[in-house]
Design a protein around this ligand. Sequence first.
Ligand SMILES: [Fe+2]
Ligand SMILES: [Fe+2]
Length: 252
Amino acid sequence: MKTVLQHILQRKRAYGRLPFFDFLRDDTLSVRQRLAFYPCMASFIMSFGDLNRHVLRVEPSSDPHQQMLNAHSHEDDHHWPWYLEDFSKLGHDTPTTPTAWLRFLYSDACARNRMLSHELAHLIWGATPRVRLAVVEAIEETGNVLFALTTPLAERHTRSTGVTLRYLGEFHFALESGHAMNSDHAELVSITLDEAQRADALARCNRVFELFGAWADELHRYALARLAAPGPAHGLHAAAAAVAAAGAPGYL
Ligand SMILES: [Fe+2]
Ligand SMILES: [Fe+2]
């Protein structure tokens, strides 16, 4: 597993250099501008609880690796309410109809967000528990890249508005870093993989980074479109329309 973990860290470094993350680092933009991507990731974030509860978790299990996955799934299955909390705090409860909101969620502008959980379910269901642990580790590292960048933005938001963002800020980041730093890592390193398992784990982790790369590109496209079409009432849909007009890229 050690080789796989080293590979994940390599892919993580490349992932962190994608244009979306440079956008989040761009101090010439305001915090609000940089957080403009937020509504676009709704479908993926909201389905992440189900991914943990209904895909990753298999209970009861006598397999020690599946038991590790189960424990992890209990830590990660209840973060979506914090996403909703920040959604409201960031002012996205603008007047709109449920129909318009559903149309936005299912628009081409959010296609990769919708498909990401399906793709991850496919990767997880097709893998043995040992390999699933590698897949989860890769997913965790993509989260670490994002939340390491949103945490300082959330702090700045709190300083200027007095509003605490729990999903984007320190509260969530500390929990996520907590489960990356607890016994998980030491236990992961000690797991042995035979050659076929290692090849499978590497291939699935590569796919995780490929999928999240496309996901980050989608968030970036949406944020840029949203900056070009601001406005409290119409921004959401105008942005989706702008992304669609620019031509949604072919599905990965
Ligand atoms: Fe989380
Ligand atoms: Fe996590």
